[in-house]
Design a protein around this ligand. Structure first.
Ligand code: HEC
Length: 219
């Protein structure tokens, strides 16, 4: 009888145009090829996520593809105008997670191995009319999204990132696209340290996403 795991693998393989990727297993090269093709290979290290993190031969995280199709968790915004002109991330922080990882979180309250939190930065749009950087739109005075300007990713993997509470942090540039094709883990002092010290739950600032993390009741 086929196990659930086998069925998962069969399902993943059936989506591939190139059967060779299925047959050759998951070495770095084929995984990277799958990521480039916009598909993802099921990975035994991450049995609960369908779009797993992909590592290149140097151990860098390959830029996740099509993350804008994932589940959108929210968009905190910390503009310069409210931070003495010195906000480290003056953009909207658009946060996405794989739908499969979210399904596990909803069912168990835990992010599975291979969860990726993707944060794409989006600058304020329009011309600032006030010292705080805000301007008027027909809907009112506020902050409105403009051009995208950077990509950060956090990956849960207890084997790789046990030293930083099971999550590794990656920056694919703080600049307009194209973002870097792959990124090395950032030192703990640059990223993980603040998440260790301050995040609400399992390194994630979940309180910002809580109110839209479940389907709207009645849907
Ligand atoms: C000084 C504290 C601090 C540092 C340093 C920091 N972060 Fe965060 N990070 C936050 C806070 C607070 C949030 C949630 C609110 C927000 O986005 O402003 C967040 C959110 C995130 C998220 C969205 C998921 C989540 O945990 O809520 C990712 C991904 C992320 N950070 C990656 C990084 C990366 C990569 C670096 C290093 C380049 C980094 N962070 C450095 C404080 C920090």
């Amino acid at each position: 009888m086929a196990t659930t795991k086998n069925l998962w693998a069969i399902g993943a393989c059936s989506t591939f145009a190139i059967a060779a990727i299925c047959l050759s297993g998951l070495n770095g090269a084929t995984a990277e090829a799958a990521a480039k093709a916009g598909t993802a290979a099921a990975d035994p290290n991450y049995p609960k996520v369908d779009l797993p993190p992909v590592w290149d031969a140097a151990g860098k995280l390959v830029q996740p593809k099509n993350f804008r199709d994932w589940y959108f968790l929210g968009a905190p915004v910390t503009p310069h105008g409210l931070n003495n002109g010195k906000a480290p991330f003056p953009e909207f922080h658009n946060v996405y997670v794989q739908r499969s990882a979210l399904a596990v979180y909803r069912a168990t309250g835990k992010w599975p191995e291979g969860t990726m939190m993707v944060k794409e930065l989006q600058l304020l749009g329009g011309k600032a009319e006030f010292p705080d950087g805000s301007h008027f739109e027909p809907s009112g005075r506020g902050y409105f999204p403009g051009a995208v300007n950077g990509l950060d990713v956090a990956v849960k993997d207890s084997k790789r990132f046990g030293a930083s509470k099971n999550w590794g942090y990656f920056n694919f540039n703080h600049a307009p696209p194209p973002y870097l094709p792959a990124a090395a883990e950032k030192p703990i002092a640059e990223c993980a340290g603040c998440h260790i010290a301050n995040a609400d739950e399992d390194m994630v600032y979940i309180s910002h996403y809580r109110s839209i993390i479940n389907p709207l009741p009645g849907n």
